[in-house]
Design a binder for this molecule. Structure first.
Ligand code: NAP
Ligand code: GFB
Length: 356
C-alpha cells in the first residue's frame, strides 16, 4: 500500500466525524495493529471535519492537502440525509456534493495521492432496471426522482475516476454501500435516515407516552449495513482492491427488510409498548433497491462475518440512549428536560435473549 516517494503512509479520511468516519476511527483504533482491518505499523490516520476545511471551497481543500500530504484518501465527506431531506434540497445535494467531490479528486491528483476511495450509495442506480443491482448498471437509466440531485453528483465521481485513470493512470476508485446505520449517526427527526429517525421517534414516544408514528406505508424494502462492518470493508478496499470499477459493499440481497420489520425491531429494542402507527400521508420513496454483493464476496476470498441486524440495532440503540445529550438529534423540544430525566429507570432496552 505505501507510495514509493513518502516513507510514512498517511491516510486522510474526509468526513471523519460522521457515522462512517466514527466507525472507521473505532475500527482502526481497536483492531490489532498489522491485522487485516487494523492500522499498519508507522501508518498515520487523519480524520477531518468541515470545521477544519469546507471542501466546497477549492482554497480550503488545497490547504488541507498541503497540510497533511496524504498518500491515501478515504473520501467520505458529503451533504448527507434521508429521503425527506433529499426530496426538499435536490439542488443543494447536487451542487454541494459536486463541489466537494471535484475539489477532493482534483487536489488528490495535484498533490500526488496514490489512491482514493470515494463513497457512493446504492441510490445512484437507475430506478427502473433489472434486479439485483450490480456494479455494471450504474449508468443504465435515471435514478429515483426522490434523490436525483444526490444520485447524479455521486455518479459523477465514478465518471471522474475513469477520466483520471484514462488521462493520468490514477488509482481512484469507489465503494457503493447500501443504507448504513450505527453509533454517531445523525438522529435528526426529519433529516435523518430511517433507522436513526425511528430510534429517536420511538425513544421520545416511550419517554413522553405518545404514539410512535412510522412515515409511509412500511412496505418499502431496504438492505442495511452496520457502520462498523462497512468500516472494515473500506479498509479492505484500501489495502487489497486496486480497480477503477466501483464495488458494492453490502449484506446479501436476501437480507432485504421491510420498513415495518425495521420498525418492529426498533420497538423491541427500545421496549416500547404504546400505540404504533403508520403515517401513509408521508412518502415511501423508492420501493426497493436490491443490490448484489457477489463481486465483493468474490474479491474478499474468504467469508466476511456481517454483524447480525438485531445485535447491531441493539448496540446502536444503546449508544443513542447513553449519548443522547451530545448525539446529533437536531433541535428537539424539551431536550434539556429529557436530558435531566432519569433515563435508566424509564427506558428498558430489551436484552436480546428476551429477558426484561
Ligand atoms: P454524516 O454522518 O452526515 O457525516 C458527514 C461528514 O462529512 C461529517 O464528517 C461532516 O463534517 C463532513 N462534511 C459535510 N459537509 C462537508 C463540507 N462541506 N466540507 C467538509 N466536510 C464536510 O455522513 P455519513 O452517513 O457518515 O456518510 C459518509 C459517506 O457515506 C458519504 O459520502 C455518504 O454519501 C455515504 N453514504 C451514506 C449512507 C448512509 O446511509 N448514511 C449510505 C450510503 C452512502 P462535520 O462533522 O463537520 O459536519
Ligand atoms: O432511510 P431513508 O430516509 O432513505 O428511508 P431511502 C427509507 C424508507 O424508510 C422510506 C421510510 O421508505 C421511508 O418512507 N421511513 C419510515 C422513514 N419512517 C421514516 C422516518 O421517520 N424517516 C425516514 N427518513 N424514513 C436515501 C436517499 O433513500 O437513502 C439518500 O434519499 C441516500 O440519498 C440514502 O442514498 C442511503 O433509502 O429512501
Amino acid at each position: 500500500m505505501s507510495s514509493p516517494l513518502q516513507s510514512t503512509p498517511v491516510v486522510l479520511v474526509t468526513g471523519g466525524t460522521g457515522l462512517v468516519g466514527y466507525a472507521l476511527r473505532h475500527v482502526i483504533e481497536t483492531e490489532l495493529v498489522g491485522s487485516r482491518y487494523g492500522r499498519r505499523e508507522g501508518e498515520q490516520w487523519v480524520f477531518v471535519s468541515s470545521k477544519e476545511a469546507d471542501l466546497r471551497d477549492p482554497e480550503q481543500t488545497r490547504r488541507l492537502f498541503e497540510k497533511y500530504k496524504p498518500t491515501h484518501v478515504i473520501h467520505l465527506a458529503a451533504l448527507v440525509g434521508g429521503l425527506y431531506k433529499n426530496m426538499k434540497y435536490k439542488l443543494s445535494f447536487l451542487r454541494d456534493n459536486t463541489l466537494i467531490n471535484d475539489n477532493v479528486l482534483h487536489f488528490a491528483h495535484a498533490t500526488g495521492v496514490s489512491k482514493v476511495i470515494s463513497c457512493l450509495s446504492t441510490c445512484v442506480f437507475p430506478d427502473k432496471v433489472s434486479y439485483p443491482l450490480d456494479e455494471t448498471k450504474i449508468h443504465l437509466g435515471l435514478p429515483h426522482e426522490s434523490n436525483f440531485g444526490y444520485a447524479h453528483a455521486k455518479r459523477m465521481v465514478d465518471v471522474a475516476n475513469h477520466a483520471y485513470k484514462d488521462q493520468f493512470g490514477s488509482n481512484f476508485t469507489a465503494a457503493i454501500p447500501t443504507n448504513i446505520f450505527g453509533p454517531n449517526d445523525n438522529f435528526d427527526l426529519e433529516d435523518s435516515h430511517v433507522i436513526p429517525a425511528l430510534i429517536h421517534k420511538c425513544f421520545l414516544a416511550k419517554r413522553n407516552n405518545t404514539p410512535f408514528a412510522v412515515s409511509g406505508s412500511g412496505k418499502p424494502l431496504r438492505q442495511f449495513i452496520y457502520s462498523y462492518d462497512l468500516a472494515k470493508l473500506l479498509i479492505w478496499q484500501l489495502r487489497e482492491y486496486d480497480d477503477v470499477e466501483p464495488v458494492i459493499l453490502s449484506v446479501g440481497e436476501d437480507e432485504e427488510l421491510s420498513i415495518k420489520q425495521v420498525a418492529d425491531a426498533v420497538v423491541n429494542a427500545i421496549g416500547f409498548e404504546g400505540e404504533y402507527t403508520f403515517d401513509t400521508s408521508r412518502a415511501d420513496g423508492q420501493f426497493r433497491k436490491p443490490a448484489s454483493n457477489k463481486k465483493l464476496l468474490s474479491q474478499l476470498h474468504d467469508d466476511f462475518a456481517f454483524t447480525p441486524f438485531d445485535s447491531a440495532l441493539h448496540d446502536t440503540v444503546r449508544w443513542f440512549v447513553d449519548n443522547y445529550d451530545h448525539a446529533r438529534t437536531g433541535n428537539v423540544k424539551g431536550k434539556e428536560q429529557l436530558r435531566d430525566a432519569p433515563i435508566a429507570t424509564h427506558t428498558k432496552v430489551v436484552a436480546m435473549n428476551g429477558s426484561h
